[in-house]
Design a protein around this ligand. Structure first.
Ligand code: ASP
Length: 327
C-alpha cells in the first residue's frame, strides 16, 4: 500500500514537472466572412487546420525538436494550394511568384530568412538552412537560390506555384488598379506560420508567404523580417504574423509583443492585444498573430474579420477557427 502511494506521488510530481508543450498556427488573416465561402471550402480549411495542429502537437509530445515541428507543419501548408505560401502563392504584377520565409529559435536567438525566391519548393526549409549552414541571417533572390543549389536543394520550375484561383485574383487586382477603383479582392492574405514550445523548453517561430498579390519592384513584406513577421526568444514568446506587411515592419510587431512581455511584464494576451488591437488599429494596419509563451499559453489575435487558425496549449486544450469578432 505504502509502495503504491509512493509511486502515485512520484507520478504526480513527474507530470507536474514535465516540460509542457504547445503549438499555434495560422493560415492568414483577412476579410474572411461567414457566408462568403462555400460549406465545402470551409470544411477543407477546418479539416486541414485541425489535422495540422494535431500532427504538430503529437510530434512535440513525442519530444521532437521544435525546429523540426515548425518546418514540417509549415511544409505541409506550403504544399497545400489552400494557402498563400509555396504552391498557391499569390502572383506578382508580372505574373511570377516571389516567396519569402523566416524561422527563429528562442534559445540563442538563431535565425534564418529568405526573400524573393522563385525556384525553391520549400522556402521555410531554405530559411532553416540559412540559419544552420550559413554565417548569415537573410539571403535574397538570386543569391538565396545559388545558396540553395550549393546546399543540394532541387530547383523546381516556377510553374509549380501556379493556381487558377490566384491567377484570377491577380487579374481582378489589375483590373481594379487600372480602373482606379479600390481593390475589392483580398489581395494580401493567406500567409502561413507556426509557433511552438517544445519538450526541451525552447520556443520556435516560422512564417512562409507568397506576399501580396500584384507586388512589384522586388517588394518584400514582413514575413522574412526577423522582429516583424517572426520572432522567438525563450525569455518571452514566439510569434508569427500575417497581415499588411508594411505596417508589421514599421511596428516591429513580433518583437514588440515579446519585448512587452520581457520588459513591461505584460502577459502574452495583453502584449498581443495591445499591439494588434491598439497600435496597429491606430496606424491602420490589418492582420493578426499567433503566439506562444514559455509556459505554453497561446494567443490567437487578429483585427480582421477572420484568421485561419488552430492551437493546442499546455493543458491540451484545442481551438480551430476561421471567423471571429475582434474584441
Ligand atoms: N504579411 C504578408 C506580406 O505582407 C502578407 C500576409 O500575411 O498575408 O507579405
Amino acid at each position: 500500500m505504502r509502495y503504491l502511494f509512493g509511486s502515485f506521488l512520484l507520478c504526480l510530481v513527474a507530470s507536474a514537472s514535465a516540460q509542457p508543450v504547445a503549438i499555434a498556427l495560422h493560415g492568414g488573416a483577412g476579410t474572411i466572412e461567414r457566408g462568403k465561402m462555400s460549406g465545402e471550402v470551409e470544411r477543407s480549411y477546418r479539416e486541414f487546420l485541425d489535422a495540422a495542429v494535431t500532427a504538430g502537437h503529437r510530434q512535440l509530445q513525442a519530444g521532437d525538436d521544435g525546429l523540426d515541428v515548425v518546418v514540417s507543419i509549415i511544409q505541409r501548408m506550403e504544399e497545400s494550394p489552400l494557402f498563400n505560401a509555396g504552391k498557391g502563392s499569390v502572383y506578382t504584377w508580372e505574373g511570377r511568384h516571389e516567396l519569402d520565409a523566416s524561422i527563429m529559435h528562442g534559445d540563442r536567438l538563431d535565425a534564418g530568412a529568405v526573400a524573393g525566391v522563385t525556384t525553391v519548393q520549400s522556402p521555410i526549409a531554405l530559411a532553416r538552412a540559412v540559419m544552420e549552414r550559413s554565417p548569415h541571417v537573410m539571403l535574397t533572390a538570386k543569391g538565396a537560390e545559388s545558396f540553395a543549389r550549393e546546399q543540394g536543394f532541387p530547383m523546381i520550375a516556377p510553374s509549380y506555384f501556379e493556381t487558377e484561383r490566384r491567377k484570377k485574383a491577380l487579374d481582378n487586382y489589375k483590373r481594379s488598379r487600372r480602373a482606379g477603383r479600390d481593390v475589392d479582392v483580398d489581395y494580401k492574405f493567406g500567409t502561413v506560420g507556426v509557433v511552438v514550445l517544445d519538450r526541451q523548453g525552447n520556443l520556435v517561430a516560422g512564417t512562409s508567404t507568397g506576399g501580396m498579390t500584384g507586388k512589384r519592384w522586388g517588394r518584400v513584406g514582413d514575413a522574412p523580417i526577423i522582429g516583424a513577421g517572426t520572432y522567438a526568444d525563450n525569455r518571452s514568446c514566439a510569434v508569427s504574423a500575417t497581415g499588411h506587411g508594411e505596417y508589421f515592419i514599421r511596428h516591429t510587431v513580433s518583437r514588440d509583443i515579446c519585448a512587452r512581455m520581457q520588459f513591461a511584464r505584460q502577459t502574452l494576451d495583453e502584449a498581443a492585444a495591445t499591439v494588434i488591437h491598439e497600435e496597429l488599429v491606430h496606424a491602420g494596419g490589418d492582420g493578426g498573430v499567433v503566439a506562444v509563451d514559455a509556459k505554453g499559453n497561446v494567443a490567437l489575435v487578429f483585427n480582421t474579420a477572420g484568421m485561419y487558425r488552430a492551437s493546442i496549449d499546455s493543458t491540451g486544450q484545442k481551438q480551430v477557427g476561421i471567423y471571429g469578432t475582434a474584441p
